[in-house]
Ligand binder design. Sequence first.
Ligand SMILES: Cc1cc2nc3c(=O)[nH]c(=O)nc-3n(C[C@H](O)[C@H](O)[C@H](O)COP(=O)(O)OP(=O)(O)OC[C@H]3O[C@@H](n4cnc5c(N)ncnc54)[C@H](O)[C@@H]3O)c2cc1C
Length: 421
Amino acid sequence: MSRRVAVVGAGLAGVTTAYELAALGCQVQVFERGGSVAEQASFAGSALLSPHPALVPAVTPTPWAWRWRRWRAGRRAGRRGGEAASTLAALSQLGLARTAELRHQLGLDDESTEGLLIALTDTRRLAVAEARMDGWKALGLQVELLDAEAARRREPGVNADAPLAGAVALAHGGAGNARLFTQQLRLKAQRQGAGFRFHTTVRAITVDGTGLTLRHEHTPPLEAPTRVQGAQREAGDTLPQSFGPMDERFDAVVLCNGLDASAVLGQRLSLAAQHEISVTAPLRLLEAHPDLGPKAAWVDPTLGLTITRTGQRVRVTGGLAVSSPRAKVAADFEALHRGLQHWFPGSVLHSQVQHGQSRRAVAADGLPVLGASGRAGVWLNLSPGGNGWGLACGAASVLAQQVAGGTPTVEISALGPQRLA
Ligand SMILES: Cc1cc2nc3c(=O)[nH]c(=O)nc-3n(C[C@H](O)[C@H](O)[C@H](O)COP(=O)(O)OP(=O)(O)OC[C@H]3O[C@@H](n4cnc5c(N)ncnc54)[C@H](O)[C@@H]3O)c2cc1C
């Protein structure tokens, strides 16, 4: 008989995991507290698909306590740190390859664009990048160092007056709309037999000798009446069979619920919230200026900005800050507008700008928390930090292979939660 597997959370991690499990023949039931897929961290990310997380902008500002935890995590990792870095590189590359494969096989269209350039704004940064090239190549990355002229040829919309010494070009990188991808993959997962139960919060898991019991509860949407009556519900949404806590038996459960995983697992996971803000606007389409705006993904590590194009929209993200999960962080949208104007002046319609602020889980060492939780039958797919979109399809496929009892294509033991204890 096929394994009954519960997936908690219907963001990018949960939906990709549900799809992969269902494709391997598991009976999958997804539980989501919200009313649809990709409503939280997966809602308005930077859209960057990077073949390696270390190449995305650095985190600032960071509280001292967190810096200390990060330093301690680095020391503890020791030799395992190198193993984790190469596991992560392999997983990121698998992630991009699997994303491309799913788009092709399933006919998914997430408005993706191809090309990822990291701007090197002065000769010092160019020299640092040059010195790192061999290390990046040793991780299996296909990287190329471009001079300013070659970089501007690839991204002709870049401001001619903005100082630029060169750029790092990453093969297979680009941008894609993670939310659109998640929504489309959810329908494919349903076709494979996966069930989705929305407005349902998983409260606890009890493990015994023959499997596990999941306690879940209907959690009405805050904006109640219209959605519950069904007016705006997406296909496949379900209403709870009864109000109040319900128990259901499964053979395994995969927690894909980011910062809230500790509460369900009943065990502290050392995760913090990484906040980021975004500005999204339609591209200005002018016949006389066909090169306005970015063609794909442009990362500026100096300003801590990512500028991406998906379809006819441009998104700028930045203002990264780490805090405790409940803390509020000030949002400086002006800095993002200035950054966009600096690199791609006049490229968007300012009358239709959307501002966003979201947070994602991050572990002290910046790595995902992926693998067996330490409780029998309970698995984790959490905290991929700033590269969660790039990693999602790879992490899901490797974890699903393990949950279904197979041998994973990438050995992921270095990414397990035990390293955070
Ligand atoms: C602003 C921003 C920019 C980003 N940019 C990039 C980028 O450019 N490139 C990249 O690769 N990655 C990026 N990321 C990271 C990536 O978007 C995230 O890593 C990814 O979306 C996380 O997906 P998730 O499924 O783990 O989390 P979420 O999307 O947050 O999903 C978790 C779900 O679990 C549900 N849930 C929680 N608790 C329970 C419970 N007890 N019961 C039921 N349901 C529950 C929540 O309602 C939620 O829907 C960015 C993230 C942010 C926030």
